[in-house]
Design a protein around this ligand. Structure first.
Ligand SMILES: *Cc1c(COP(=O)(O)O)cnc(C)c1O
Length: 383
């Protein structure tokens, strides 16, 4: 962030009551344009769950985005903002039959699946629709927020499902995968693309099914404490993998970014409620603040996502000391960082603010409604 942006943010947020998240819409626009320029051949489907605010949805819609939707509630919201059903796909592989019918009635014709039962429901309640099958990819070691195991099926099963899709009168459209969110190892896309290529070739040769599309999911990074490659690096590597496997006949490519579009745009502001030590000689301070795991910071679960934390007392010559950072609720799970040794200024005081950078994704939408009476964290949008 430039100094000018930081000052604009401070001015904007000075009078706001904490806790809150401030979303910088300009930064989302910049991220979107950078992503589209890095993958000029790809069609973007914004993963709405990352930040479902109408301001965000409308902004990316204006920039040309399509939408990856996971529930009928997200669908209602996106449709109510005037986005046409042709720009929407139902990307959740776990859904009720009546939800499929609801999407179909509202004009959605693109469905993800990874199981026989779900596929049969799609054939029944969304006849003739296009389907893509999500394959399992291994990603837990190098993704900070893995999406493995729960979603996708083995490529052999994906093969059978796509044949069945055709036999049930659906249109087998493609393969999808998600290499895990905040995926730091670009090589993961190589493995997934190679599996996809193999699957596509055998479906065409053995069944005459020619798939049109690869949905490469999300997984591109936001800026947290642990460094990642620049998006440009991801794009040039992934583009090379595609050409290595498919030559000049690369299928239609879909991306479903969430974190990488909106993560960097947010700053969560909390206030220090209490600073204490657990015994007279303890070196560590406990820093309790007015929001926590149940109100915006759920991705600190297992200390998975390490947000950079800054204060107005930071500086090159400022003495700092190790802290344990915890939230305000009466649940001992409400501790954000204990093993990752965060350091904060020694002269940090009750009432000071902490600024949690890169909190634009998976924060506001994850806040609980009333735990200990705390209302869900508020969000503000800077033009
Ligand atoms: C959550 C999700 C995404 C977004 O992933 P990011 O890593 O945040 O970019 C994309 N596709 C699907 C199917 C998802 O569930």
């Amino acid at each position: 962030m430039s100094d000018a942006d930081w000052h604009r943010f401070l001015e904007f947020s000075e009078k706001l009551e904490t806790p809150c998240v401030v979303i910088n819409l300009r930064s989302i626009k910049k991220n979107y344009i950078k992503l589209q320029n890095s993958f000029p051949y790809a069609q973007i489907y914004y993963a709405v769950k990352a930040n479902p605010a109408p301001q965000v949805i409308s902004l990316v819609a204006e920039l040309g985005s399509n939408f990856d939707i996971a529930s009928r509630y997200e669908l209602d919201k996106v449709l109510s903002l005037g986005i046409p059903p042709e720009r929407i796909s139902y990307g959740n592989t776990i859904k009720k039959a009546q939800d499929i019918a609801y999407f179909f009635e509202h004009g959605i014709r693109m469905f993800a699946t990874d199981s026989k039962e779900d596929l049969k429901n799609i054939a029944k309640y969304a006849p003739g629709a296009r389907v893509y099958v999500r394959i399992l990819v291994e990603n837990s070691a190098t993704a900070d927020w893995p999406l493995s195991r729960k979603f996708g099926c083995h490529p052999d099963m994906a093969y059978d499902l796509l044949v069945l899709a055709r036999d049930l009168g659906l249109t087998p459209n493609g393969i999808s995968f998600h290499v895990g969110s905040q995926q730091r190892d670009i090589g993961q896309w190589n493995d997934a693309i190679a599996k996809t290529k193999y699957l596509m070739t055998s479906l065409e040769e053995e069944e005459g099914i020619k798939l049109q599309m690869i949905n490469m999911g999300g997984g591109f990074p936001a800026d947290y404490v642990e460094p990642t490659n620049d998006l440009k690096e991801y794009a040039s590597e992934i583009t090379r993998y595609l050409h290595d496997d498919f030559g000049d006949e690369v299928p239609h490519i879909v991306l479903e970014p969430g974190r990488s579009l909106v993560g960097n745009s947010g700053i969560l502001i909390s206030e220090v409620v209490l600073i204490s030590r657990k015994n007279n000689t303890a070196l560590n301070r406990w820093v309790y603040q007015d929001t926590g795991k149940f109100n915006g910071l759920i991705e600190t679960l297992g200390e998975s996502i390490k947000y950079p934390i800054v204060t107005l007392k930071d500086g090159p010559n400022v003495k700092t000391g190790e802290v344990i950072v915890a939230g305000p609720t009466c649940d001992s799970m409400d501790i954000m960082y204990e093993d990752c040794k965060y350091k904060l200024p020694l002269d940090l005081k009750i009432g000071d603010r902490l600024y949690w950078l890169s909190t634009g994704a998976y924060t506001t939408s994850y806040a609980s409604v009333e735990f200990n009476g705390f209302p869900p964290i508020r969000a503000y949008y800077m033009e």
